[in-house]
Design a protein. Structure first.
Length: 231
């Protein structure tokens, strides 16, 4: 990696902010995402790329990777979309919403824990949890993968370990490039489909109709016929 400059840092509210959105110098009030030490913003130069630097002058060496990791999480939460897999097969990009209720039960802290709603007309009849893990420096280890599989939560790891940061837009493209996805678990636990009893093909169709970048409001699509309620 050549460019390991900090283009983003944490502000006083612990939010990732871009170098050009803050005041110059110490006034930026930002911290290193890696070591949480204060940073100076170097954003008035015409020659060197604008970036944050440690006040102490000593780069901790972890800020850049941590920046990519946090930014990737922010991007996925903003985009609210991620692919879903079933029985190991890619189905569709689905809308995901942040899920907090499951975190305690899980026994692990996923990078992103969301859910995608399964709807029948205007009704949400099921919530399928989705885990997205961001790999910059640490892969999902076997122990974590085993817990995810046991829980029956579909999970994908996004490999950004080789990505050199240029812009947020370029990072979005890397995150949503399927070449960077590794399936951790493609099987959905039965407990997450409590109120629907549908054949696999019906579920596949339901997923397909659920999510796409161009039709974010899935409620406008009739999904009647995809579901049969359990009698
Ligand atoms: Zn640092």
């Amino acid at each position: 990696m050549n460019n390991t400059l900090l283009a983003y840092a944490l502000n006083a509210e612990n939010k990732l902010v871009h170098i050009d959105s803050v005041k110059n110098g110490l006034e930026c009030g930002c911290m290193c995402p890696g070591c949480i030490e204060p940073l100076v913003a170097k954003n008035d130069g015409k020659i060197r790329e604008h970036h944050f630097a440690h006040v102490s002058g000593n780069d901790c060496g972890t800020g850049y990777q941590k920046m990519i990791h946090l930014l990737a999480k922010d991007i996925i939460e903003e985009m609210k979309i991620f692919p879903l897999f079933l029985n190991g097969k890619y189905l569709s990009a689905c809308e995901i919403y942040k899920e907090v209720s499951l975190v305690k039960e899980l026994g692990i802290i996923p990078d992103i824990l969301g859910f995608t709603p399964i709807t029948d007309g205007p009704n949400i009849v099921g919530k399928i949890p989705v885990i997205v893990e961001i790999y910059v420096t640490h892969k999902v280890d076997e122990e974590k993968a085993a817990i995810i599989k046991k829980q029956g939560i579909p999970a994908v790891e996004v490999d950004l370990s080789q990505v050199e940061f240029t812009t947020k837009e370029a990072l979005v493209n890397e995150i949503y490039n399927s070449k960077n996805w590794k399936l951790i678990n493609g099987n959905i636990g039965r407990q997450y489909l409590p109120r629907i009893s549908i054949p696999i093909s019906g579920l596949v169709n339901a997923y397909r109709s659920l999510g796409s970048h161009t039709t974010p409001r899935y409620s406008s699509h009739s999904k009647r016929g995809y579901y049969r309620r359990r009698k």
